[in-house]
Design a binder for this molecule. Structure first.
Ligand code: ATP
Ligand code: MG
Length: 442
């Protein structure tokens, strides 16, 4: 089996080999290549000690940030490559970091410390794919299996538990029974892992193609750092529109959304406020009035706790807040919605509503409305309809000159004229707008 490695990776492996050091591409890059996916990064593992790696690449730019763990980052033809010396981890004491690392000249020893069999696969041009732990068999069967004794491996480094859920989601693999059992049994140790590391895995997890199934299977793992999730499980929505409890609705909505961070975060959190807002009327129908606002508040709180960047927190929180906005039924409503949201959020709302509705009792009930919503936007953009004060044919100075007093009256007059234009009561021309203002004394 050959692998289509970038030329820089081949060159680095060749250089190490020419200097007499065994070296392989390892882990995710080999796994993804064999699955026909494009690897995100290429890691190299080698028998060469860090000093020897530095000597081999003496003419390149080197970044020594990971030196303590045996990693030298080499910049080769513009591509950063992490080259790590074969290594045996010492005892783990805190479910996070080994107390010491020892370098080794033995590939097998290095592979033993890796998390899952499919992540132990190695490749170089001379030897092809090297598979010491039956990783290929698991890859072909779609099985995620811990290397060695699962409970021990998860107790050493609890992040592996969440990586397990992440790979189940991104690869769509089934977790081997003893591995899954151990993930659930050791899950409390995740409480010791830094928020940033959890966040990185969580983002990849919810963006996976099988996120819903993975979260359904491993909800107790997520609840360790997302205790708010429990309230969604079993929260019944007895309404004619819904066929799932809030938890399973959320998972279905997640799977239906594009595999992109912002939208997936939005769908994951969009109904977190529902349990707190649930009221059942005399007919036994559940209502969730105001849940979008409560969801938004929870989303903000949780994303901050998980250390998402401010920009992500703000955007996702806003999308959660608007997720339940009704689709515009005509072009006037579409103009007003566009004026309120801006084009980016208007488009996001289309995706959000589609995903939300796909997870309801009648998944296609929304399709016509969303087609219209897209068509209105196309027409508005094509015809250059005025949907903001920037493109209104009069500005504050024009109105001041026409005798409108400054301050809140001026602001209201501008808003009133914009509304009149969007509603088709006045054309967007200066003369027309000024007479409209005089006649209607907005
Ligand atoms: P991706 O790059 O797609 O996120 P990956 O499997 O390549 O997935 P990396 O974080 O790039 O993940 O790590 C590279 C390799 O290092 C893994 O394939 C695995 O062999 C090993 N590895 C990473 N993190 C751990 C860990 N916490 N415990 C054990 N081995 C790990
Ligand atoms: Mg990787």
């Amino acid at each position: 089996m050959q692998i289509d490695a970038p030329k820089q990776v081949r060159a680095a492996l060749q250089r190490l080999a020419n200097s007499g050091f065994e070296a392989f591409a390892v882990g995710g890059c080999v796994r993804d290549s064999l699955l026909g996916l494009v690897p995100g990064d290429w890691d190299i593992t080698t028998a060469a000690l860090p000093k020897e790696v530095e000597a081999v690449f003496a003419d390149c730019r080197l970044i020594e940030t990971g030196l303590r763990h045996g990693t030298v980052t080499v910049l080769l033809d513009g591509m950063p490559l992490e080259i790590t010396t074969y290594r045996v981890d010492g005892d783990y004491k805190d479910a996070r970091h080994p107390q010491s690392v020892t370098f080794s000249r033995n590939l097998r020893e290095d592979l033993l410390r890796r998390d899952f069999t499919v992540n132990t696969l190695c490749w170089n041009e001379q030897r092809g794919v090297v598979d010491l732990f039956d990783g290929i068999k698991d890859l072909q069967a779609g099985t995620l299996r811990a290397v060695g004794e699962p409970e021990q491996r998860f107790s050493e480094d609890a992040l592996r538990i969440l990586r397990g859920v992440r790979f189940a989601s991104t690869l769509g693999f089934a977790v081997a029974p003893d591995t899954a059992e151990a993930m659930l049994a050791t899950r409390a140790l995740l409480g010791r892992i830094a928020a940033e590391r959890i966040r990185e895995e969580f983002t990849k997890l919810i963006c996976g193609k099988a996120a819903g199934a993975a979260i359904d299977r491993f909800a107790p793992v997520l609840e360790v750092f997302l205790p708010e999730l429990s309230a969604l499980i079993g929260c019944q929505q007895n309404t004619p529109y819904h066929c799932y409890d809030v938890f399973h609705h959320t998972l279905a909505a997640l799977d239906a959304a594009p595999q992109e961070e912002t939208l997936r975060l939005c769908m994951f959190f969009h109904d977190f406020g529902k349990p707190a807002c649930r009221r059942v009327d005399a007919n036994g129908v559940a209502h969730f009035k105001g849940h979008a606002i409560v969801s938004a508040r929870l989303t903000e709180q949780i994303l901050r706790r998980m250390r998402y960047p401010n920009k992500t927190v703000r955007r996702v929180t806003h999308l959660v807040e608007i997720h339940d906005t009704k689709a515009p039924l005509d072009r006037v409503q579409a103009r007003k919605l566009l004026a309120r949201l801006g084009e980016e959020d208007y488009r996001a709302l289309i995706e959000i509503k589609r995903a939300d509705c796909r997870a309801k009792a009648q998944p296609h009930a929304i399709d016509r409305k969303l087609e219209d919503m897209e068509r209105f936007l196309r027409e508005i953009l094509k015809d250059g309809d005025c949907v903001s004060l920037h493109t209104l044919a009069v500005n504050g100075d024009d109105l001041l000159a026409a005798g409108v007093p400054a301050g809140s009256t001026l602001r209201a007059a501008l808003e009133g004229l914009l509304n009149a234009v969007m509603e088709g009561r006045c054309s967007n021309e200066k003369g027309a707008l000024l007479s409209y203002w005089t006649e209607n004394a907005l």
